[in-house]
Design a protein. Structure first.
Length: 424
């Protein structure tokens, strides 16, 4: 399990003598063989700027930084949960890494391996299933079909400019598709990928939409996509703010679409802080709800999300209300090795899931500069179990909750319960 590193030109090498290391929080440690899987199809190797790789000398146990080289990490496709960060030290602690989800990578058995675990079927989110020539043709075709629809125009940039797979599905007419609706937000997330304050030090990798869609535009996108039993249309994407701030147009559009078709599912990806707005959206016929979170501990949650006029208690009430009404609820859990697996974090989140009736945990690798994140959240208070053991504890404590990576079509029993709730 040898160290992988890169030179200043991006050429990747494996070290013939040093073992690769991983990081959990701020701790450099050995990577065990049962924590490794072959580099998944669709993953990308990248160098970490402003860093030096650190390897382990197996003869004496010393950790050795390599001068003049950069650490290497893997960016994983959806469906894989990171277990460790790459082993590195920063050359300059003031520099911040770009907002990506870096995973430890080593050279093992004549190939690249990563410290990760498969948590869902990666097929639908494998970038290789989104060939650019086909996407370009689909985008051109849809834009010609809906020349006045600003949402399709916005999504065309998300698809061709940012390579967003959810946006791409909108044009491919399959699986889960994105429907951005909001340019404003009721949170100021530390790691927001669509809007950062000028002094944050993080360049936002995406630009937020700058218009308020009409009900008619939303209905056009929804009706265009909701054509198969596996079709999911999702409000709330990385290129926008909080969708529930636009509850008035969302509810109107949903009611119109529900009057026209019973095919497919309507989902919202939300911070769930605006409880009254969430209730209105649920009552208008919502099928699925994914609640974004990073912690069920107020101090930690508030440090990252920086909520505006709402609290974690609002989030809990929103999720519980949706579950009670038969909506298939999940959490979009932003996962960070060395924090997710803290004893106090696990206890709080497991209790939150039990109280709210969450049915699915969508594990998402947090894209952030590790040092900046660790500086802003509370320090660990209890044991840190390690990611593999933590995931096993979740499975034992929540046997009826699915641990996956992305939105699922709900089981038939949930679909029937929801129809009864809506008197359909």
């Amino acid at each position: 399990m040898y160290l992988v590193y890169a030179d200043e030109k991006g050429q990747v090498y494996d070290h013939p003598e040093l073992f690769g290391l991983g990081r959990s929080g701020n701790v450099l440690q050995e990577i065990l063989e049962d924590e490794l899987i072959p580099l998944p199809e669709g993953a990308t190797l990248v160098s970490l700027p402003f860093t030096r790789p650190v390897g382990l000398n197996p003869d004496n146990g010393e950790m050795v930084p390599l001068e003049g080289y950069q650490a290497v990490g893997a960016l994983l496709p959806q469906g894989f949960t990171r277990l460790m960060f790459p082993g590195y030290v920063k050359e300059n602690k003031e520099e911040k890494l770009p907002l990506f989800g870096y995973t430890a990578v080593v050279w093992h058995n004549d190939g690249f391996y990563v410290a990760a675990e498969a948590s869902d079927d990666p097929y639908k989110w494998n970038p290789l299933n989104f060939p650019m020539p086909e996407l370009e043709g689909k985008v051109k075709e849809v834009l010609a079909q809906y020349p006045e629809n600003r949402v399709f125009d916005h999504l065309s940039n998300c698809t061709l400019g940012y390579g967003c797979l959810t946006a791409s599905n909108t044009f491919m007419n399959r699986w889960e598709a994105g429907l951005p609706v909001s340019y404003s937000c009721n949170a100021g997330c530390f790691g927001c990928i669509s809007e950062q304050p000028d002094d944050s030090g993080f360049p936002a990798p995406q630009t937020r939409m700058n218009f308020r869609p009409t009900v008619e535009e939303l209905v056009e996108v929804m009706m265009h996509h909701l054509k198969t039993p596996e079709s999911i249309i999702s409000f709330g994407q990385g290129c926008e703010g909080e969708p529930s701030t636009q509850a008035a147009i969302i509810t109107q559009a949903m009611r119109e679409v529900k009057s026209r078709t019973k095919t497919g599912f309507i989902n919202i990806n939300t911070n769930a802080g605006l409880t009254d707005h969430i209730k209105a959206i649920v009552d208008a016929g919502l099928d699925l709800m994914r609640v974004s979170t990073i912690s069920a501990i107020d101090e930690h949650y508030n440090a990252y999300y920086r909520p505006r006029a709402y609290t974690l208690a609002n989030v809990e009430r929103s999720a519980a209300y949706a579950s009670e009404k038969g909506v298939y609820t999940s959490i979009n859990y932003l996962v960070f090795p060395g924090v997710f697996d803290r004893e106090e974090e696990m206890e709080a989140m497991i209790d939150f899931i039990k109280r709210t009736g969450i049915r699915l945990i969508q594990m998402r690798n947090l894209n952030i500069d590790p040092e900046s994140y660790l500086e802003m959240i509370p320090p660990a208070k209890g044991e840190v179990f390690g990611m593999k053991q933590a995931l096993e504890i979740y499975r034992q404590e929540l046997p009826d909750v699915i641990i996956g990576s992305y939105t699922h079509v709900p089981p038939v029993e949930f679909q029937e319960r929801r129809r009864q709730t809506l008197n359909v």
